[in-house]
Write a protein of this length. Structure first.
Length: 209
């Protein structure tokens, strides 16, 4: 439920490729219809089944660089020759209106977000094991062995960054992982510090205790 007198909560989820964070995000969004997914911008072409403005805002490289020049991104980076970035307005506007936002982003981008939004909740999704991670990357089937190795090496680098996240979830079973993520969300929503604006408003309305 959205409360306009309480700022929205920013949840940042990171995971190496193949850890299953997209499935977990979808599971959380299905359970909480008021929770909003922040759609990032990218210059890479859409993959099969991806839709513009739902999975990403697919824009040209010139458009992306123009937005960089205008300081429209809260964070951005180049990965494998393509640009990815999060627009400031897609985070700041909803949070000010009391909406909760979930942001799916890699560790580098998450670090930049944390420096700007230290009150956000940062969750890292771990694959069950190294072997399962390798298997999931191979099952994509559309990439060469060199690309798979490159993605695996990058995944291991990202996994080493889990130490500064608030929570780590091992994605052994999707349903269990979604339930853990749900528990994290509900607990963070009810922190006394986050609820303080609404508590203060309660006292103003009732005249105190």
């Amino acid at each position: 439920m959205i409360h306009a007198d309480t700022p929205g909560l920013l949840i940042v989820i990171s995971a190496p490729s193949g850890a299953g964070k997209t499935t977990i995000c979808k599971g959380l969004l299905d359970k909480f219809p008021d929770l909003r997914f922040s759609v990032s911008c990218t210059t890479r072409p859409p993959r099969k089944g991806e839709r513009d403005a739902k999975d990403y805002h697919f824009i040209s490289e010139n458009d992306f660089k123009d937005r960089i020049a205008k300081s429209e991104f809260v964070e951005w980076e180049e990965i494998y020759g393509h640009f990815y970035g999060t627009l400031k307005k897609d985070i700041e506007d909803p949070i000010l209106r009391g909406c909760d936002i979930i942001l799916d982003i890699d560790t580098s981008g998450a670090g930049n977000i944390k420096s700007i939004y230290p009150d956000g909740v940062f969750v890292f999704i771990m694959p069950p094991s190294e072997e399962i991670l390798k298997e999931r990357l191979r099952k994509r089937g559309s990439e060469t062995d060199d690309i798979i190795k490159m993605r695996f090496d990058r995944a291991m680098e990202e996994i080493r960054e889990n130490k500064w996240y608030d929570y780590v979830i091992f994605n052994d079973r999707v349903n269990s992982s979604v339930n853990i993520m749900r528990s994290v969300y509900m607990a963070e929503k009810n922190r006394t510090a986050r609820a303080q604006p609404r508590i203060n408003n309660f006292y103003r309305i009732t005249g105190g205790i």
